[in-house]
Design a protein around this ligand. Structure first.
Ligand SMILES: [Zn+2]
Length: 245
């Protein structure tokens, strides 16, 4: 066990949760059980999608316009499945997301509007995994980095983006960030009671799933493995940051 895994945390009881990710399906594959648990506890759960998901099809008969529309509908269905409030789409081109001040301002605008206690996003430190040969998608890294920068210090600092203040969007401190990172975790959420909901949210992304049964097996195995680490049947794991400042 690493030092990080020995860390003890208070139970999270957020009023508002905001999931921020590059593509429709990112949050549901990594965190839909946790989002469903927060919704079940009474939190308002929102999704913010940064790209349009327009590269997500290998089918030659599918156009960019069609796949964008399909994936937005799938994300909205997944949000409904977990009991979420709604999804906002920034519609940056898929595969071209960059960490810019303009993107961070768009994220700060949503953070200051919704005032989340907990933000969930993808861990930008994951570049590759030599065990699985996985290269983390450039958009996932950009989404995570821009979100961390938006949470701290940009959403918090009154004098950042003065036009937002002029619009009445006051500074907001996010209390906790949960980063999805499939190989390293210091915090687990027991999702046993909502495992069916998690699978329903994953299944909603039909355009991204060639064989649902193998997906179901993969995500059930992952939740079981994390559950063993957490001491329950099914769990999701995160790197948790409780903001001190
Ligand atoms: Zn993705």
């Amino acid at each position: 066990m690493t030092v990080m895994e020995q860390q003890s945390f208070t139970e999270l009881k957020p009023r508002v949760v905001l999931g921020i990710a590059a593509h429709p399906d990112d949050l549901d594959f990594g965190a839909s059980g946790t989002l469903a648990m927060f919704a079940k506890q009474g939190a308002d759960v929102h999704y913010l999608q940064l790209t349009d998901g327009g590269k997500g099809s290998a089918d030659p008969s599918v156009t960019t316009e069609t796949i964008i529309k399909t994936r937005q509908q799938e994300q909205m269905a997944a949000c409904e499945a977990i009991g979420g409030v709604g999804v906002q789409f920034l519609n940056h081109p898929d595969g071209e997301l960059e960490v810019t001040l303009a993107l961070k301002e768009e994220i700060v605008r949503v953070i200051r509007t919704l005032k989340p206690d907990v933000v969930i996003t993808t861990d930008p430190t994951v570049v590759y995994n030599e065990q699985t040969g996985m290269i983390n998608h450039t958009d996932h890294r950009a989404a995570g980095q821009a979100t961390l920068d938006a949470v701290y210090p940009l959403a918090r600092d009154r004098l950042t983006y003065p036009r937002l203040l002029t619009e009445g969007l006051r500074p907001h401190k996010v209390k906790t960030v949960l980063l999805t990172n499939f190989s390293h975790q210091n915090y687990y959420v027991n999702v046993t009671d909502v495992m069916d909901v998690k699978l329903a949210a994953i299944k909603a992304h039909a355009s991204q799933i060639e064989d649902y049964e193998s997906f179901k097996q993969l995500f059930t195995d992952m939740a079981t493995r994390l559950g063993k680490q957490a001491g329950c049947q099914y769990a999701e794991g995160f790197v948790r940051l409780d903001m001190m400042l």
